[in-house]
Each structure stands twice: as structure tokens, then as C-alpha cells.
Design a protein around this ligand. Structure first.
Ligand SMILES: [Zn+2]
Length: 413
């Protein structure tokens, strides 16, 4: 018999529909890799390099499709075999307090989800990335990274979540105060993360190359970017991929260059990449991104207001009576199409910002050549898909494809 509960059908269509969309996107994206590299990249990629790039992207796509298929299958089996009420009942035996029961329910599901993706993360790092020469992570670093991440999620996430659950059980207009709490937390984290959390994963050292240091400081000064220090980050301990650097916020700004960037790029390219990052700052992209995430939270909390005490939502997953924590988790499963849509909008803004930062860097360097050659080198070294399918760009790309960036650099100069 058909389940008349609308949440049931909504969740089913959302998860299966999204899976099919991702599958289609992957296949379309793969079909855009021809037998020859695009004309504009013939100098960067010879026949062997192109063959390797195609294999790399193929291996990534296959692993991605396998992971999504397995995750969807496990989710449906778990759902229809009564997994949600089973975990809920078990959580209730752990402690008499409803907030702690709620935390246990969420914690168990979160842990289970992480355990399912763990072998895929390991395969990505030690299987695919290693095979193509990118991986520098040791098993030890891989494990400690995950332990640190779990511990941090617990230290910061558990009290935050407990407070939000408590609000929904005890306070009127809880959605508003929940949004306020999460927004304050987001702002706080953006200030403390670069100083407090990143050093837990990366080692910062002063830049040894004195003349590069001087060139970086001169450029920052010329572009009116207040900088307290210039550091090098040991990105090479995990991956050979050269990454741009990040900066802290507030008065103690730190420019941090990945060692892989410093080691594999000529001076002019490093400065052009730096100018690009300063462009993000000068054009106000960081506060704009923060505002966007606070707005996103507002939308989600407004919807949560209507779902958090719904008996039908819980019932669709076999749980009665409804509890706040249960509905909180189920809400985020049901709402995936909306979060995806917001993500698509966020990526679109991000790609626009990249074009702006590129244009800023070109003007700052008074020449498009250094950034263009950095983009050529990064694209070649990272083996990025040079001509991704538009659907793949819309769904997944925070950065525009390299050919579009190069065209934009040439176009307006
Ligand atoms: Zn950027």
C-alpha cells in the first residue's frame, strides 16, 4: 500500500532524484574529455599528460559514482528496515535527559555516516591520489587528521547543538534565537579558525627566502593590504598540489603561502596569485560570503520552524512520538534539494568572485601574463578537467574552468 505521508515521498524523491542528477552529471562531464587536449592547452599537455589526466578524472568519477550508489542504497535499507526508530530507542536507553538523548541520536547517525565514507576517503587518498603522484599523506597523518576533526566537531558542535535543541524545547521563537546563535558562532569561528584551528593541522613557518618575503611585503603595501607576517604552510605534508594561501581576519592578518606554491612557481606567478587573493579581500568577498552563509541559515531556520515539532515528519521515518532531535536530523534529509539549490547559488557567486579577483590581480600586476601562466601551471599540475560540462559547473564548481578564466583575462585587458 502507498504511504500517504507527504514527507515520505518528498524524502524519497529528493534523495533518489538528486542521485540520478549526480549520475547524469558525472557521465556528461566524462563525455566532454576528448581524445585531444583543447587547442589552448596543447603547450601544457602532451599526449601522455593528456592520457594521464583522462585516467585521473575517470578514476575520480568512478569512485564518486560508487560512493553515491552505496550511500543511497544503505540509506534506503536503513530507512525501510526501521533503522531510525531503532537508533532512537537505543539513544533513549543511554540517558534520561531528552537533550542528551537527542545528542546521542544525532551523534550515532553522524558517526555511522562518517564510517561509511571513511573507506572512500582512504581510497581517494591512498588509491587514486597516490597512483597519480599527488598524495604525500602518511597513514598516520590521515588517521590523526580525522581524529582531530572528530574531536573538534565534538568540542564545538555538541554544546552548540545541545543549546539549539534546548531552545526548540523551551523558548518561543526558538528558530530566530537558533539562527542568532548559529550566526554568532559562524562569525566567531571565522575569526578564530585561522589562528587557533588551522595550526592544529598545518605548520606555519616564517618565509625563509628574504627577497621573496620583501617582494610579498612590497606588493601588499602597494595594494594597501595590511599584513602582520608572511608564513609558509607545509601543504606538502599532505599533497603535492600547490594551493593558494589563506589569510586571517582582523588586525593581525597573515599571508600564508603553501610551500608547494613557493617551490613550484616562479616569483612573478607567486605574486600574481597573491594579488588574486588580495583581490578577494579588496573586493569584500570574505564578508559577502559570510553574509551569504548567515542568510542561508536564516532560510533553513525559518523552514525548520515549521518542521521541528511535526508528528508527520517523524512518522515518515517510523518514529512516534516526534522528538526535537529526531525531527532536526530528518529535516536536513528532507531539505536536501533546497540546500543543494542554495549551494548552486553560492557557487555561482563564488565563480563571479573568482573572475573579479582575477581582474584585480591583472590590474595590480599591470599585466595578465603572470596570472595566466600561473593558471596554466596550476591546471596542468593538478590535472583539472579543462572543459567540464555546464551542469557539472553549475552543481560543483566554486572556481570557473581554466579556459574561461584565461579568456576573461585576455578579454578585458
Ligand atoms: Zn580565488
Amino acid at each position: 500500500m502507498l504511504d500517504p505521508n507527504p514527507w515520505f515521498w518528498f524524502a524519497l524523491i529528493a534523495t533518489v532524484g538528486l542521485y540520478k542528477l549526480e549520475l547524469l552529471t558525472s557521465l556528461l562531464n566524462l563525455s566532454r574529455l576528448g581524445t585531444q587536449p583543447p587547442e589552448a592547452l596543447r603547450d601544457d599537455l602532451d599526449e601522455d599528460a593528456w592520457e594521464k589526466l583522462r585516467e585521473y578524472i575517470g578514476a575520480q568519477s568512478r569512485a564518486d559514482i560508487l560512493q553515491r550508489s552505496l550511500q543511497l542504497g544503505l540509506f534506503l535499507v536503513f530507512w525501510w528496515a526501521g533503522g531510525f526508530p531503532w537508533v532512537n530507542q537505543y539513544a533513549q536507553t543511554l540517558h534520561p535527559h531528552p537533550i542528551l538523548q537527542g545528542l546521542a541520536f544525532i551523534g550515532i547517525l553522524w558517526l555511522a555516516t562518517s564510517l561509511v565514507s571513511l573507506p572512500f576517503d582512504a581510497w581517494d587518498t591512498f588509491g587514486i591520489e597516490a597512483r597519480f603522484g599527488f598524495n604525500k599523506t602518511t597513514v598516520r597523518t590521515f588517521i590523526t587528521d580525522r581524529l582531530k576533526g572528530t574531536l573538534l566537531a565534538f568540542i564545538f558542535g555538541a554544546p552548540l547543538l545541545a543549546f539549539i535543541l534546548w531552545l526548540f524545547d523551551n523558548v518561543e521563537n526558538a528558530a530566530f534565537y537558533g539562527w542568532l546563535t548559529l550566526s554568532s558562532f559562524t562569525l566567531l569561528m571565522s575569526f578564530i579558525a585561522p589562528r587557533l584551528l588551522m595550526p592544529l593541522f598545518f605548520k606555519f613557518e616564517p618565509l625563509k627566502d628574504a627577497s621573496l618575503q620583501q617582494a610579498v611585503i612590497d606588493l601588499a603595501k602597494r595594494l594597501k593590504f595590511p599584513v602582520a607576517e608572511v608564513s609558509v604552510v607545509d601543504g606538502s605534508r599532505r599533497s603535492s598540489k600547490a594551493n593558494a594561501f589563506f589569510t586571517g581576519m582582523g588586525k593581525t592578518r597573515r599571508i600564508a603561502l603553501f610551500d608547494t606554491l613557493v617551490d613550484s612557481h616562479p616569483r612573478e606567478e607567486i605574486l600574481a596569485v597573491l594579488a588574486h587573493e588580495i583581490g578577494h579581500w579588496q573586493r569584500g568577498h570574505v564578508p559577502k560570503q559570510l553574509a551569504l552563509s548567515i542568510l542561508t541559515n536564516a532560510i533553513l531556520f525559518a523552514l525548520l520552524h515549521f518542521a521541528i515539532h511535526s508528528e508527520t515528519l517523524s512518522a515518515a521515518f517510523g518514529i512516534a512520538p516526534a522528538t526535537t532531535a529526531v525531527n532536526f536530523v530528518l529535516f536536513f534529509i528532507v531539505v536536501t534539494p533546497i540546500t543543494e539549490l542554495i549551494g548552486v547559488f553560492g557557487s555561482w557567486i563564488s565563480r563571479k568572485n573568482e573572475f573579479e579577483a582575477d581582474a584585480y590581480a591583472r590590474d595590480a600586476m599591470q599585466d595578465s601574463a603572470p596570472l595566466a601562466s600561473a593558471l596554466h601551471r596550476l591546471n596542468r599540475d593538478h590535472m583539472n578537467h579543462p572543459t567540464p560540462h555546464p551542469l557539472h559547473i553549475i552543481l560543483h564548481h566554486s572556481h570557473p574552468p581554466v579556459l574561461e578564466r584565461l579568456a576573461a583575462l585576455r578579454g578585458n585587458s
